[in-house]
Design a protein around this ligand. Structure first.
Ligand code: PCA
Length: 333
């Protein structure tokens, strides 16, 4: 054995001993976190969060144990972001377009007919992810992963042959863009959290709603509506995110575990979303609902509204918005 290799071995041995000494201290560090999420356990979004958390426990050999508090049970949707900023909880999930008041970039995935299907949504995410990450970082937040809801639809009691048929109806909305869309459709927007949909229908607060077939099945939309019109117009995203200071303070191996679990959750989430987009409309139909894609006059009217909304968004989002739209349109696949 040469002198060099033996000294390398000795150094390696010393490092291994140092690691052994350090290991018990590192192993003691465990992370028991609470994670509020806005949606029901019946939604694939929440199921994906449960799988993400299970992956983290497995990858870290049990050092991370995160309790998911779904369906607004710990913190209500509108307060989730602040709760993470204030470190009431280190990690959470939210609907990214709910942050539209802070920056228009957060709501571009909710503009009708802009990024209307999965490939388009992926392109848009490719362009906006680093921008969203930077903006969230400035607010003390760290983006981990994002997953889109399936195609959005509107649900009504009566058939709709033109937008005029909806005039004056109380339409459930869930963000600024759907409120705006409801207004432009001459309906009356009412913000209702997903978890409160059945109650809002039974108390007459709403008589129509925007949501996916996924959420329609979760809340048995056939109990209070009869027609589903799939707009095939936007696929809005949820994000899972952390308090940045907490994140930055984690050791590298835990950060690596989070990166791995988040990357897996992101791919799995997009797959689950695509599967839901295929299966859930069938479940609505099997439950007796009349499910159709918007077409003819209604489709044209909605497209015109979508163009107007994009125009307004571009005015609001200025040069940055223009650059995003250009970069998005330049991606070809
Ligand atoms: N379900 C959620 C967000 C979008 C969706 O499909 C909701 O309706 O609130």
């Amino acid at each position: 054995m040469t002198l060099m290799s033996s000294s390398v071995l000795k150094a390696a041995g010393a490092a291994a001993v140092a690691a052994l000494i350090a290991a018990p201290a590192a192993a003691q560090q465990t992370y028991k976190w609470d994670m509020p999420t806005p949606y029901s356990d019946k939604e694939f979004m929440t199921q994906n969060v449960h799988m993400f958390v299970a992956d983290l426990a497995r990858i870290t050999g049990g050092r991370m144990s995160i309790t998911v508090h779904s369906g607004n049970s710990l913190i209500k949707n509108p307060e989730i972001k602040r709760a993470v900023q204030l470190k009431q909880v280190p990690i959470a999930e939210l609907f990214i377009s709910n942050l539209s008041r802070e920056d228009p970039v957060f709501e571009i995935d909710a503009i009708p007919f802009f990024a209307a299907n999965y490939p388009a949504a992926l392109k848009l995410y490719q362009v906006t992810r680093p921008i969203m990450q930077e903006k969230l970082n400035k607010q003390g937040l760290q983006l981990l992963y994002a997953v889109p809801w399936p195609s959005q639809a509107f649900y009504t009691k009566e058939p709709v042959n033109s937008i005029a048929d909806l005039k004056g109806k109380k339409m459930r909305a869930y963000n600024e863009q759907t409120s705006r869309l409801a207004e432009l459709m001459n309906t009356v927007p009412t913000t209702v959290q997903a978890t409160e949909i059945p109650q809002a229908f039974s108390t007459g607060i709403i008589d129509a709603m925007f949501t996916s077939a996924q959420t329609g099945v979760t809340y048995k939309s056939w109990d209070f509506t009869n027609y589903v019109y799939n707009t095939q117009a936007w696929v809005p995203k949820n994000v899972v995110f952390m308090n940045k200071e907490v994140y930055d303070g984690l050791p590298d191996d835990i950060k690596a575990a989070i990166a791995q679990a988040a990357a897996t959750a992101e791919v799995r989430g997009w797959m689950l979303s695509i599967e839901s987009d295929i299966k859930k409309p069938q479940e609505l139909a099997a439950a007796g609902m009349k499910v159709q894609n918007i077409e003819g006059k209604v489709a044209e009217e909605l497209k015109a509204i979508g163009e107007k909304m994009l125009e307004n968004w571009l005015k609001k989002a200025g040069d940055e918005g223009k650059a995003i739209v250009e970069a998005y349109r330049a991606i070809k696949y």
